[in-house]
Design a protein around this ligand. Structure first.
Ligand code: AMP
Ligand code: ZN
Ligand code: FE
Ligand code: FE
Length: 285
């Protein structure tokens, strides 16, 4: 199995990079991209664990991108763990996340659901995100679980939601490309543009070096998946995908990328795009 989208404690995942890779190995994943929100901090530990567990770990990131219609996520997959010049921009993205978290806490205060920054910080070991705030709301007794926290206040469009600001789309794609990487639009429905809008956005970014579009994900319905696959084919993009694993027992398991899952030839095309040799079965025997 191949899984090209997963999170660790370097952002809002619940497993350390090493634990994530061990779990991936136990679930039969042979190629795993580690793609934390706006940070590369987990990739080196994950690569070391990959060597120990016989999993090919691809260093990656999930960049927050701010477009005219709102923000969306761009996955970057790299041939090495320190892709310059992107690495030099990550401090500023982490800072933007801190400022946004503080603004969300102010909104929560106004809604009568106060939590302190130190309560959020307790759950944060890397870049800060809404799941950490959700956990603080649970700890404070304001919500029964994180899911309720998103439904009531933190989810997109809810009363304590503030969109995360990030890089401009073309700039993000170029930073990934200039690091020798492959840029992939994540969960395309989150653009909230419909299929035509996704295609127009992707087409504009192809000129800057966009390589792929996530098609194979556990939550896409067959019609939606086919539509994204057609967009990818028309634009010459690789149909990528992954589980977007965050938490054991919640959401999709590692390696689950829908039915049919992410095919080996998509992985091969992405490896070619980042100048890597495709691992053969014998590499891990
Ligand atoms: P952020 O980067 O801080 O905007 O947080 C985005 C992350 O929040 C996603 O990667 C998910 O882990 C989580 N998330 C977003 N929306 C929801 C939701 N409706 N329910 C649960 N988790 C969510
Ligand atoms: Zn996340
Ligand atoms: Fe995402
Ligand atoms: Fe993600």
């Amino acid at each position: 199995m191949i899984d090209l989208h997963a999170h660790t404690t370097a952002s809002d995942g619940d497993l350390s990079p090493a634990a994530l890779v061990a779990r991936a190995a136990a679930h039969g994943v042979r190629v795993l991209a580690v793609t934390d929100h706006d940070t590369l901090a987990g990739v080196e530990d994950a690569m070391a664990a990959g060597t120990a567990h016989g999993v090919t770990v691809i260093p990656g990131i999930e960049l927050t991108v701010t477009a005219a219609q709102g923000s969306f996520h761009l996955v970057g997959l790299f041939p090495h763990p320190r892709p310059a010049p992107l690495a030099g921009r990550l401090d500023e993205l982490a800072h933007a996340r801190e400022l946004r978290a503080r603004r969300i806490l102010e909104l929560l205060d106004g809604l009568g659901m106060p939590v302190g920054m130190e309560d959020v910080r307790r759950h944060t070991t890397g870049t800060i995100g809404r799941p950490h705030i959700a956990q603080a709301l649970v700890d404070a007794g304001h919500c029964a679980d994180r899911r309720e926290a998103f439904e009531r206040v933190l989810g997109d469009g809810r009363p304590a939601w503030i969109p995360q600001t990030g890089l401009a789309p073309a700039e993000a794609v170029r930073l990934v490309r200039d690091g020798g990487g492959a840029a992939v639009i994540a969960h395309p429905w989150s653009l909230r543009l419909g299929h035509r809008g996704v295609e127009a956005t992707a087409a504009a970014l192809v000129r800057h070096g966009l390589v792929g579009l996530e098609v194979h994900r556990p939550e896409v319905l067959p019609d939606q998946r086919d539509a994204y696959a057609r967009i990818a084919r028309r634009l010459g993009l690789v149909a990528s995908g992954g589980s977007d694993f965050h938490t054991p027992g919640a959401g999709a398991e590692l390696g689950h990328t829908g039915t049919p899952g992410l095919p080996a030839d998509a992985c091969e095309r992405l490896f070619t795009a980042i100048g890597q040799r495709v691992p053969s079965v014998h590499d891990h025997s």
